[in-house]
Design a binder for this molecule. Structure first.
Ligand SMILES: N[C@@H](Cc1ccc(O)cc1)C(=O)O
Length: 406
């Protein structure tokens, strides 16, 4: 950092674009002491990280800029608990893949990644101490509360598995084990954050602050889902694939609310521009008029609502900005044999579908195939009354039965 920021400046950076903060006084206390705020963000390592990851990524960048000490928890055990039946080895490979992706993604927006600390969940969550603390926590949290806490995060199935109840308890305990002042996540984590705040003191640990970013609509409209390849843009998607997917993006004229394309500018492209050039700036070339230049989302939303800024100009501008954002990530991937190797281990291609045995066509023969005539011509089996006459039209059988015309 070139010059030390004031407490207010730090707080403003930390809270920019966030929806909600719990226990802000904890944050202020630390900052006032002139200490770096210790903060972590956890991600369960399951599906491939997609462009939606730029949103928390940009927040991590701002935390670093505000002088925070930032940890990223690659929550492989949580991935295991929530991905019923995925083997832990696979989930660990995915954690390794996530590490490559997150580093490349942050580098792409000029974040000093050497100041980030990555922690693998299984590196401490399987120790006897952690296990005993988890057991202790399980004696002070009811099934009802654990279930409620995970409702928006843990896969909801009828007849819930115990893993879904353990998950929020572990996420609460992580705050203690990662020795942080604050946990950051999407507002979908709110119920787990509230549980952590309430139950950690019950086993003698202190409560933390919580920072939440809003759920940003996906670029293609609707919720981004890591398991549906068409619902999100993969960080390794080629420019052509990005163009194709963005063409399909929902971007209704004049509609600002829930517009994923505008949200991407607000939560990713503008903060990224601030990080890179010191000021937020986004230029939109237009087909039939002069380019529009914006330095903030407000004016952009107003122009969009007034149909001054139109989808047919907005979409291509965002598409090209996104392709440019992805380029350095993809270059890093191309240049790293290690990353490529871990990608195949983390997301092995699905086995080819079993070959269907070609059914032999039944030519509709009158005579059943499996029934054979005995030497005397009589037939045993399900179809006793039929005689296999072979291919000679029955001559052989007739002969055997002594029925030939004399
Ligand atoms: N619940 C987070 C992952 C997570 C796991 C453990 C934590 O300690 C923190 C976060 C998610 O939905 O991805």
């Amino acid at each position: 950092m070139a010059q030390k920021l004031s407490v207010d400046e730090q707080l403003a950076l930390i809270k920019e674009n966030l929806q909600e903060t719990l226990n802000q006084e904890i944050i202020e206390e630390v900052l006032k002491k002139g200490e770096p705020l210790k903060i972590y963000w956890g991600t369960a390592t399951t599906g491939r990280p997609h462009c939606g990851y730029f949103v928390p990524g940009l927040k991590l960048a701002q935390f670093l800029q505000a002088g925070c000490h930032v940890k990223v928890l690659l929550a492989d055990v949580h991935g295991f608990l929530d991905n019923l039946k995925a083997p832990i080895e696979l989930v660990k490979h995915r954690a390794e893949y996530y590490r490559f992706v997150i580093i490349a993604l942050l580098k792409a927006v000029n974040v000093p990644v050497d100041r980030l600390e990555f922690v693998l969940g299984s590196s401490y969550q399987l120790t006897p101490e952690y296990t005993m603390d988890l057991f202790r926590l399980s004696t002070v949290v009811t099934e009802h509360d654990a279930k409620k806490a995970g409702a928006e995060v843990v896969k909801q199935v009828e007849n819930a598995f115990l893993s879904g109840l353990i998950y929020p308890l572990m996420q609460a305990l992580d705050e203690e084990y990662l020795k942080v002042d604050c946990q950051f996540g999407g507002v979908d984590q709110r119920k787990i954050f509230a549980l952590a705040k309430e139950v950690l003191p019950r086993i003698g640990f202190k409560e933390r602050a919580h920072l939440m970013n809003p759920m940003v609509p996906g670029l293609q409209g609707g919720k981004m889902s890591a398991s549906d390849p068409d619902s999100k843009i993969d960080l390794l998607d080629t420019p052509d694939a990005v163009r194709k997917k963005l063409k399909k993006a929902v971007c209704a004229p004049k509609e600002v609310e829930g517009n994923g394309v505008l949200s991407f500018i607000e939560y990713v492209l503008l903060p990224a521009s601030t990080l890179k050039y010191g000021t937020p700036k986004f230029v939109i070339p237009r087909r039939d008029a002069e380019s529009l230049e914006y330095t903030g989302i407000k004016k952009m939303q107003e122009d969009y609502a007034a149909d001054i800024l139109k989808p047919q100009d907005l979409k291509p501008a965002v598409t090209e900005a996104l392709i440019a954002l992805l380029e350095p990530i993809q270059k890093d991937f191309e240049g790293s044999a290690e990353w490529k190797d871990i990608e195949t281990k983390a997301y092995p291609p699905p086995p080819p579908p079993p070959k269907k045995e070609k059914k032999k066509k039944d030519k509709g023969s009158f005579y059943p195939k499996k029934v054979e005539a005995k030497p005397d011509g009589h037939v045993e089996g399900p179809d006793k009354d039929k005689v296999d006459v072979g291919t000679d039209g029955g001559a052989e059988a007739i002969k055997k039965l002594g029925l030939e015309d004399k």
